[in-house]
Write a new protein. Structure first.
Length: 175
């Protein structure tokens, strides 16, 4: 069963010039939420939102998909609170949104590394980039380096987390 408010919300989105694709997706997400829910809109609570999130997890959906659906619900309940004034509060809380992992950086190819180093003319910049590429250091770690962090006798480098030894970085010491 689709609540009348869902149809009114989709019509509202149309008057606000949302794309037909977005309106269709919002409608689908709302029907997905309300289909198993047998209660009045006023009775929907944050627990129902939590239960919906658990169902989405059990379906093994990605965090981005779940968050998109939560955004739809939030937008819909905001509409009911602000535009229709049929609800007092929105049951979707900011804490419902899932934390999304960031993708790992992609490895550069040998050709990309060569091209990068052909562009670097300053010897100090060249040395810093070698540290980043060959030792796997973060930019912030290289930025915090001081001369006292270098041990020329041991051919080692002191990083906040520990020491970098020559065999860890390839031929950086000859560069």
């Amino acid at each position: 069963m689709e609540p009348l408010e869902v149809k009114l919300f989709c019509a509202y989105l149309h008057t606000r010039n949302y794309s037909p694709h977005t309106i269709e997706n919002y409608g689908r997400d709302l029907r997905l939420f309300f289909a198993p829910l047998q209660k009045a809109l006023r009775a929907v609570s944050w627990r129902d939102i939590e239960h919906f999130i658990q169902q989405q997890h059990q379906a093994q959906l990605a965090a981005t998909t779940i968050n998109r659906r939560l955004h739809t619900l939030k937008h819909f309940f905001d509409y009911l609170v602000m535009e229709r004034q049929t609800l007092v509060t929105n049951p979707v809380k900011p804490s419902h949104l899932l934390r999304q992992g960031r993708p790992l950086p992609k490895k550069l190819s040998q050709d990309q590394v060569r091209l990068l180093f052909t562009q670097i003319t300053n010897p100090l910049d060249h040395a810093l980039y070698l540290l980043i590429v060959r030792c796997g250091l973060r930019v912030s770690e290289v930025a915090r380096l001081r001369r006292s962090d270098l041990d020329w006798e041991q051919q080692s480098l002191r990083i906040d987390q520990g020491w970098i030894w020559p065999h860890d970085c390839g031929h950086i010491w000859e560069a």
